[in-house]
Design a protein around this ligand. Structure first.
Ligand code: CO
Length: 497
């Protein structure tokens, strides 16, 4: 018999929901007025930081992400604050040295985060070790994460073994992270039931509604004994976001699983975000609705709109369908990595290039090369031998933990950025996103024009670009990838080749 108990709720509205539905553009000023009300609901935790929010704050909103965290912490006094961390990639797109991981986590916790959800895009546990260690050392709650995916190589046993290992490594709880909404209700039931049998720490489930199955999966997960569910306020739920908090709470009312949360309070919060959403001019067509095709291309919520934007910029929107078909092929060539940042961007951008050039792997990004060299960790399966040979040319990929190859980064970076630093956290912002942070610091000091003027200038530049500009693919949104000839942001890689 599964023990029947009250379900706990993590509300993701201030992080994943707007990352999924509003391109991560919600401003701090729209979060603060409702923060206290959210604190009073009685959520298990509020996910408010990490993922893409860090980068977006500086790059698009001219905001300091650290400042956002502090302001939220001042207003949210009772509820635990939670963040999403990409293991050794922290909040960036490549691996950082251990001294950066250590300092970053210390600052995150000092600024108010209680729970750190730690994952690795390849489910390579070695890339999670240091982040888990330092989170524990700083007194934080380690939520170690299984990135769920479907492939010929991944079955429930694989995830259950991973869960057991994460518990042995000292995790305080386990999260199953279903980025693209792939978990079907009956499979999640089996997975959670078996996992709960094997581990003794709490189990949390994170699904996106992309395929339409998430609310059904949640119900079966509850019956299987899940402890905590991730949901978002109803006005920022569904589509590529999480299931609605309000509906889950209402569904469980009066049952042994009753969350005990007050629907009236939740409704006021939802009304607030309904208004907030109107302030942002972000088309929702791609993000809302249901798309079961995601079960094959497996692209996480926010990534589909990125692909569409990359193609539109190349006047190649008509190639979107072909690109979505190329994504699973590239993923298979790379040994079936789960698609989550940064592997989703690597695979997605390479698929765009393959389709645009009409020849597969005619051009290969530095990131894909590094992936094949083993510098993101161990891929789940074999790399396509032809592609492997083309990149490695007879040499062997590295097999150690990739960050073991990285020299400490903190002090070198400090000497580069000292004159712009106003606080120690600025150094970490700079190491994660050198160019973006530097521009942010310069704007802060009034040394360069404000973001708005700069954006307009950039928009003009884009207009006069030629039809097929490959470098733009690597720079669109979050400079997802950097081209080999683009020396911006490559200074910190000391990978051997
Ligand atoms: Co998510």
């Amino acid at each position: 018999m599964t023990e029947v108990k009250k379900i706990l709720i993590t509300d993701t509205t201030l992080r994943d929901a707007h990352q999924s539905l509003m391109a991560t553009r919600m401003r701090t000023e729209d979060m603060l007025p409702i923060a206290e009300k959210m604190d009073n609901v009685g959520f298990y935790s509020l996910e408010v930081w990490g993922g893409a929010t860090f980068d977006t704050c500086m790059r698009f909103l001219d905001e300091d992400p650290w400042e956002r965290l502090r302001k939220l912490r001042q207003r949210i006094k009772k509820t635990k604050l939670q963040m999403l961390l990409r293991g050794q990639n922290l909040l960036g797109y490549r691996h950082y040295a251990d001294d950066v991981v250590e300092n970053f986590i210390a600052k995150v916790i000092a600024n108010g985060i209680d729970i750190i959800r730690i994952f690795d895009a390849l489910n390579d546990i070695r890339n999670m070790e240091k982040a888990m260690f330092y989170t524990k050392r700083e007194g934080g709650h380690v939520q170690a994460t299984i990135s769920y995916t479907i492939s010929p190589l991944h079955d429930n046993n694989h995830f259950i073994e991973m869960g057991k290992r994460l518990e042995e490594m000292g995790a305080d709880s386990i999260c199953i992270k279903d980025m693209a909404g792939l978990l079907s209700p009956y499979n999640v039931y089996i997975l959670i039931k078996e996992l709960k049998d094997k581990i003794s720490i709490p189990l949390q489930l994170h699904c996106h509604c992309t395929s339409g199955m998430a609310p059904l999966a949640y119900l079966k997960a509850i019956e299987a004994g899940v402890d905590v569910l991730d949901t978002a306020t109803s006005s920022l739920a569904m589509g590529t976001s999480q299931p609605p908090t309000d509906s889950i709470v209402a569904s469980l009312k009066g049952t042994p699983y009753d969350t005990g949360l007050d629907l009236e309070q939740l409704s006021e919060i939802s009304d607030y975000f309904k208004e907030v959403r109107k302030k942002y001019d972000i088309p929702l067509e791609a993000a809302l609705g249901v798309d079961t095709n995601v079960l094959s291309y497996q692209i996480p919520g926010g990534m589909i709109s990125n692909l569409a934007a990359q193609l539109a910029q190349q006047n190649a929107s008509h190639l979107l369908a072909e690109t979505l078909k190329e994504v699973p092929r590239v993923r298979a060539d790379l040994g079936y990595p789960p698609l989550v940042t940064p592997s989703s961007q690597l695979v997605g951008s390479q698929a765009v290039v393959n389709v645009l050039l009409g020849e597969r792997y005619k051009m290969v990004s530095t990131e894909i090369k590094n992936y094949i060299r083993g510098l993101y960790g161990k891929p789940p399966g074999e790399i396509n031998p032809e592609l492997r040979e083309k990149i490695l040319q007879g040499s062997e990929p590295v097999t150690c933990r990739p960050a073991d190859l990285l020299e400490p980064q903190m002090e070198k970076a400090r000497s580069e950025i000292e004159e712009y630093m106003e606080k120690e956290e600025d150094l970490l912002s700079y190491i994660l996103f050198p160019q973006v942070a530097l521009n942010f610091f310069k704007r802060r000091q009034g040394l360069i024009p404000e973001l708005k003027e700069e954006e307009e200038k950039k928009a003009e530049e884009v207009k006069v670009k030629s039809n097929l500009d490959l470098s733009a693919i690597y720079r669109v949104d979050s400079s997802l990838l950097s081209d080999e000839d683009d020396d911006e942001e490559v200074w910190d890689i000391v990978y051997p080749t």
